[in-house]
Structures are given as structure tokens and as C-alpha cells.
Design a protein around this ligand. Sequence first.
Ligand SMILES: [Mn+2]
Length: 362
Amino acid sequence: MGHKVGNTEGNSGEIREPAIVVSDVHLGSESCNYKQFCDFLVWIRSLDGRKETIKCEGKELVITHPEKFILLGDILELWDPKDGDRDNVVKQSIRPFSLLSDLRCEKIYVIGNHDDAIHRYDEKIDYETLHNDTTLNVCNRHYPEEKTGIKNIKIGERSYFFIHGHQYDKGQKILATVSRLTGQRWNPLNWFQILFNIPFTKNNWIINSLVFLALVFGGWYFWAVALKPNFGYTLIWAALTGFFALSSIPGIITKTQRKFYDAKKPKDKTAEQIIEDEYYQEQKDTVVADVIVFGHTHFASSYVGKKKLFINSGCWVGEDSIIDDKQRYTNTFVYIDENGAYILKWSKGKIACIESFPVSKG
Ligand SMILES: [Mn+2]
């Protein structure tokens, strides 16, 4: 095993063995490539004590077991799970997390926007020791975290910084601003999502919405015509109406929110588009690293600019497709060793090289 991060003298954490990065698995969502992701984890486990050599842009790449496995955000789909039901997230998480915990390496879970609901675990899970003496660390916004005093992770000659990437996204600005002003995470859709996942609401939201409407309109009739204004009845009517409003409206919103997200998300943008289309604000960037690895846009790609190399780790949802004349691959991951970084694709047990960023020698 290589060196452990925790070097308090320098500003870099350093590792000697590779790191593997995945993002945007969206476990529990409609289009998550759950089975392929599990197979991929089994393959990583099989690298223990074994090497796999592939061809990457004319050169040989020797893949070995990682020292760090970085989950770079949106691993869980807590905003828009299949059928709005968070039980689907639990169902699709048991196997991946059991495979993950078995891996003989350090696991870093960086929280994205779709799994922001678990941000409290940032403080609760800090280098938690698992059954095989490896550690799990949950990071709120990026890795490494500020509180460690470590600015970046050095692998070979390059320094790396890992961030989910919604920080570069205009569409996420309003949420971030309100959260900063109120001092608490603000996400109205998440609030409705949680209310929807109360079993009584989840199972009966349609009938509840009919009861709600009947109470609203029936209430007017009884109040004005049949009973005449009466404080006691009005109070009961108001309480019942409120209860059924809370038991139906979250269902209606949860079931229609996908349209809202689809219209708003900057999905499928390349690293270049995200960095150059004003998403990325240079003056606010205080990251000290040669390479920024991020996800969020579901487009495995790279960009050199702003004196940095940006690598997008892609996603594990949907199929390979052509977007704006560019080939977009899914089921991708970033492999980093002392010789450079690589965007690779997992495809039925075969590893394909999408792009490579070797450290220039000499
Ligand atoms: Mn995201």
C-alpha cells in the first residue's frame, strides 16, 4: 500500500498507487446502469494482486488495483428516484455498497447535488474504518476538504483536485445563493420529495388530492351555506384540509418534477462547454492543482484552459449517444497513476480507452 493522506507538513496528500474516479451513477433512478456498475466493481476487486494491460492511444496502459476509489457525486439519486420512491434508491444501493466496502482501498464519497440530502454525513462519516481495515470518508463539496489543510492529491508529478462540478453550473446558482443567505441547505423539491416518501402520502396521494379538493370546495359550501360561520367547525375543516394538502401536493410535484429537471439541467455538456460558457468563474477559483476532475454533466471529456487540465468523469446512466456531433460515452471512469490520467469506458468486462493525458517525459 502507498502512503496515507494526512501529511500535515506539506500542502499535498500523496499517493503512490492509482486512484479510480466514478461519478453520476444515480443509483435508484430510472435509467441507472446498475448492473454494469456492479460488474465494474467486481472487476476492480479482481485487480487485487493482478494487472490488466490495455492499449491506450498507441501506448500500453497497465491497470492495477487502486489505492483510492473516489465516488465523485450524484452516486445516489435522491432528487428524482424511479417513481419518486426512495425505496428504489435503497434497493439499488445494497449490492454496490457491499461490493465497494469489500474493495481493498480507501473510499472517498464526495457529495453531489442529487445526493445533497445526505450532506450531514460529511461530519458523521470521517475516515470510518470498515470491516477490512479500509476507510470510508464522506466529503461535502470536494476532495480534499479544507479542514484537512491539504490542497490537492499528488499522484506522480501532477496534483489533482476532485469536485462534483455543480459548482460550475449556472442552474444551481439560485439554490446555492438561498442556502448561503439562510445558512441552511435550501432545496424545495427535496422538501416535497421527503414529504412524498411518507408511506401514507406515497400510497394514497391521488385519493388524498381528491379529498383535499373536496375539502376545499365542500368547505366553502358548508361554511357559507349549511353551517354558517362557526369557529369550531372552521378549525376542524382547516386542519383536515391542511393535512390532506400536505398528503397530496408533494405527490403531484414529485410526479411532475422530472419535466422541470429535464428543462433545467445542463446535462451532456462537454468539459469545454462547462468551463468556457461562463459556468466556471476564474476569479472565484481558489483551487491549487494541475488537474481538476469533475462530473455532473454526464459527458466524459476534457479541456485544457485557465492554466489547468479539466477532466470530466462522465456517468453510468443511459446509453452511448451522439450529442451535437460529439460522441458521448456512458459507463466511464477516470484512472490516474504516476504516468498520467485516462478516461476509460467499462463495456462488458472490456476496458476501452477514450482519452489519455500522459505526463510528458523529459
Ligand atoms: Mn450533478
